[in-house]
Design a protein around this ligand. Structure first.
Ligand SMILES: [Mg+2]
Ligand SMILES: [Zn+2]
Length: 281
């Protein structure tokens, strides 16, 4: 399905924890991390933390091993797989970094479901140390947004994504997130788009405090079953809209757990390929 673009925040949205906190806690440098919180931007602290780990003899493999232990709920994994199988364009917009996000998504077999990961760049330097860099260069070109941290304005990233995906026609955007920068991203949504904020997280307070600012439809979620159901019903609605131009005999009933829906034959085939089938006896 060409018309639906789903954009996910990563920390506390795809995974329940914050991957930065997870790494500093698991690898025992949480105390130093907390000490620096008032003097340096978060993104710069994470870069410092990687140097600290390197100095303590921790390798990039140790960081990788630690990231592979981050829990990821099976309901969000299957919702991502199904949305991808339906042909949705899935993207990540996150203030974590490329190495953390790719390691976790790859470990859960989800990396290939995403067409783009917008986050802080990371690299391994000559000494084998992970470096974490800012997404925007805040010295040469400050973004001026007072909701987002200096290294990344998610609203600006959304403008870039909208321009990119709209090149071949109008798209419906869905945004899933929990934090204040996700609210900034949500301000770029238009009528017909959908915002999926995590219930009882900062984004919901901002939405309630500024109800007129958000033009998109809002579907709150409090766990990954609910988020998965929200996502798949949005996908279904988009499919039904698209197939309203299609002959009805091209529609087939979907005989899996997402019953009582009609989807096009090609999408049905894609879904069947994505769903695990029981082995022959
Ligand atoms: Mg988040
Ligand atoms: Zn912003």
């Amino acid at each position: 399905m060409a018309g639906l673009v789903v954009i996910f925040d990563f920390d506390k949205t795809i995974i329940d924890c914050d991957s930065d906190n997870w790494v500093v806690e698991e690898l025992g440098i949480n105390h130093l991390f907390t000490q620096l919180l008032h003097s340096l931007p978060w993104n710069s602290i994470m870069d410092r933390m990687m140097t600290e780990l390197h100095n303590r003899g921790k390798t990039i493999e140790d960081v990788e091993k630690c990231l592979k232990k981050v829990p990821l709920h099976p309901s969000i994994a299957s919702a991502i797989e199904s949305a991808h199988a339906f042909g949705c364009d899935l993207r990540v917009v996150s203030d974590a970094n490329v190495f953390f996000i790719e390691t976790i998504l790859k470990h859960h077999g989800l990396l290939d479901c995403f067409s783009e990961i917008n986050t802080n760049p990371s690299l391994v330097d000559e000494q084998g140390r992970l470096r974490i860099l800012p997404y925007h260069d805040f010295n040469s070109s400050p973004h001026g947004c007072n909701i987002c941290p200096s290294n990344m304005c998610k609203g600006l990233v959304m403008e870039k994504i909208r321009a990119l995906v709209s090149a071949d026609g109008k798209k419906q955007l869905v945004y899933v997130g929990d934090g204040a920068p996700d609210f900034c991203a949500g301000l770029k949504l238009e009528e017909g788009d959908v915002m999926m904020p995590r219930k009882d997280f900062p984004i919901c307070d901002l939405i309630s405090a500024n109800p007129l600012l958000t033009k998109a439809k809002i579907h709150e979620w409090s766990d990954w079953e609910e988020l998965g159901a929200n996502l798949l019903s949005t996908v279904n609605n988009a499919l039904i809209d698209e197939s309203s131009n299609t002959r009805t005999d091209q529609l087939v009933p979907l005989d899996c757990k997402y019953q009582n829906t009609l989807i096009s034959a090609t999408a049905h085939e894609a879904l069947q390929k994505a769903l695990p089938v029981s082995p022959p006896h």
